[in-house]
Ligand binder design. Structure first.
Ligand code: ZN
Length: 588
């Protein structure tokens, strides 16, 4: 569907439009709870069954099944081709398509320059606050956290005071309009009209890009209140996950050392950096994205990840591993003990402790195997199968056949499984591309009704990205009985592994089949569950899918047994019966 228009541009456009505004330009929409509804423009009806979700930025008709995102609506309703629909919405949102006219580029460039300028003014303001007499507590907080005075200066750390309009008044005195302040993400509109400062009562960490331009801000509380950090929203100059904190300072050191140490947060970066580990960058909280890795690749192909040992850190590390390996990067990992950050490690044990850990970081292989061993029982056949299949997903990402061979050999030794079996499993994996659908559903035949548990589980995963990892530890796409649900699940999992956005409206760009897209829309309009019932419902869905899978395997075996009986094939019959018993023993 994407054609020659890059995915990030499509996402950019989708991120800036409002589907409600677009559709209501063509048909009248009425508010209905959290959604809007109308008589469907695509089929004749008397009662409204056409729904639009402002939250999800999709539409769906319960009468005729027509559904999609804003691009799709224009294509269907205005009979536009995909590129026309993209062009129209790009114009509307000011997103510049790769081959567009120069005047618009110039306009965008001047807006960006104004936003950099405003951010610089804001840095001045926050920095001045920090050196005011009233800010002694903030300075003390930073010194107590081990940040040296010269680091505070070098990184232009600042303070947002408790004032609701401190920054607004300062920027006004510099003749900056409120509209621009809002575009820079520095102020927020009040319900009662007017604006207030976004950051209050927080330490301010300015975020620089590679060219030391100010993109935005991270802001941390000085006590234990939550949220610990708030950050600038996405603006025309700042996109989450496209920048590596500190790279403007550390890039030469990274090139010289031919290695980059990757940590998560601002302080994780600053404390080691000031103590002498200078070939370091911070991913700013999330798993590494492809864009971040591409930035790094300009300086080195060697990476050591130093991430928190908690579950979130583990998930972020595993996700990052696959993308790094995909990009041909040699990666090692040092997982920190639970509850420890690089900055606490340096402060409690000294910089040499960190250097030592970096030196002794383990290979991706050892790291991932250890994580999997802690999740599955390596002594048990099912556990072995699960561990092997997860390991092979990563091993399969190596282009180099010799490396793949070495790792499969190592895996067979570690798991005490014949290498032949590991190789057989490896060969089953298709080349590591997007959207490998494993199921052997016959698409020519009318599709059976989808198991409601599968639909419900997809809805849960779309609503809560963190669930995807959890679910994929227990199920694989081929456990889904329908080609459409299997496809959706495998694309979602792949996108998450690549650190990509899986908003439903974006996910559709990867699901070319109408039927799969339609299903995504349909699930999003299914009634929501309360938070209390949620966890149980998720587990129920997983269980029901497993049960169904066992049931269909049993039925399949049953047919095979009957046919072996009628053919009088004793050997086959015995092995099938054995398999049948094993299946029942494992039980549902
Ligand atoms: Zn309809």
């Amino acid at each position: 569907m994407a054609g020659r228009i890059p995915e990030n541009i499509l996402e950019d456009i989708l991120g800036r439009i409002d589907i409600v505004e677009i559709i209501s330009g063509y048909i009248p929409l009425k508010k209905a709870g959290a959604n809007f509804k109308a008589n469907c423009p695509f089929h004749h009806e008397k009662t409204a069954s056409f729904m639009v979700s402002p939250e999800r930025q999709i539409y769906h008709c319960f009468g005729c099944g027509e559904s999609g995102n804003a691009f799709k609506f224009l294509m269907r309703h205005e009979r536009m081709e995909f590129p026309e629909a993209v062009e129209m919405l790009a114009k509307k949102t000011g997103v510049i398509l790769p081959d567009q006219d120069k005047p618009e580029l110039a306009r965008a460039a001047s807006l960006s320059n104004q936003l950099y300028k405003i951010n610089e003014l804001a840095v001045n303001y926050y920095e001045n606050n920090l050196y005011a007499a009233s800010a002694a507590a903030a300075i003390k907080y930073l010194l107590d956290r081990g940040v040296k005075p010269e680091t505070i200066k070098d990184f232009h750390l600042g303070l947002a005071t408790a004032s609701w309009e401190g920054l607004i008044n300062y920027l006004r005195s510099k003749n900056i309009s409120l509209a621009l302040m809002e575009q820079a993400g520095l102020v927020l509109p009040k319900d009662s009209g007017g604006y207030y400062d976004r950051f209050r009562n927080r330490i301010i960490f300015p975020i620089f890009d590679m060219r030391s331009r100010m993109l935005g801000f991270g802001a941390r509380v000085m006590d234990n209140s939550l949220p610990k950090y708030i950050n600038s929203p996405e603006t025309p100059i700042y996109t989450k996950g496209k920048n590596l904190f500190g790279l403007n300072l550390s890039k030469d050191f990274i090139r010289d050392a031919d290695c980059a140490v990757i940590v998560e947060g601002y302080l994780d970066f600053m404390i080691p950096y000031q103590e002498g580990v200078k070939n370091i960058v911070a991913s700013q909280g999330t798993a590494l994205t492809l864009e971040q890795i591409k930035l790094l690749k300009r300086y080195t192909y060697n990476v050591v990840m130093v991430y928190d040992g908690d579950t979130a850190g583990e998930i972020a590390t595993l996700r990052s591993l696959d993308i790094l390996i995909d990009e041909g990067i040699n990666v090692r990992v040092f997982p920190l003990p639970k509850g420890m950050d690089p900055d606490t490690l340096v402060r409690s044990k000294g910089i040499n402790a960190l250097k030592d850990k970096i030196e002794n970081a383990v290979s991706f292989f050892d790291y991932k195997l250890n994580v999997l061993k802690s999740r599955h029982n390596i002594k048990d056949a099912q556990g072995k199968a699960k561990i092997a299949s997860e390991m092979l997903l990563t091993i399969n990402k190596f282009d180099n056949a010799i490396l793949r061979g070495e790792y499969t050999k190592k895996l067979s030794e570690e798991m005490d499984v014949p290498e032949q079996h590991i190789l057989e499993e490896l060969h089953k994996l298709k080349p590591a591309v997007l959207a490998p659908v494993a199921q052997s559903i016959n698409l020519g035949v009318k599709l059976p009704e989808i198991n409601p548990a599968e639909k419900q589980l997809i809805k849960f995963m779309l609503e809560e990205v963190e669930l995807i990892d959890k679910v994929m530890q227990q199920l694989s796409p081929s456990d889904f009985s329908d080609a459409r649900t299997a496809k959706i699940v495998s694309v979602m999992h792949e996108l998450v592994l690549q650190g990509k956005n899986i908003e439903p409206s974006v996910l559709m760009n990867y699901l070319n089949e109408d039927e799969a897209s339609q299903l995504v829309c349909e699930t999003m309009f299914m009634p929501p569950l309360t938070d209390q019932g949620r966890e149980k419902a998720v587990n129920d869905c997983i269980l029901r899918i497993k049960v169904q899978r066992l049931k269909s395997r049993r039925e399949h075996l049953h047919i095979q047994i009957k046919s072996a009986q009628s053919l009088g094939d004793e050997d086959k019959l015995n092995s099938l019966i054995q398999e049948f018993h094993n299946l029942i023993k494992k039980g549902d």
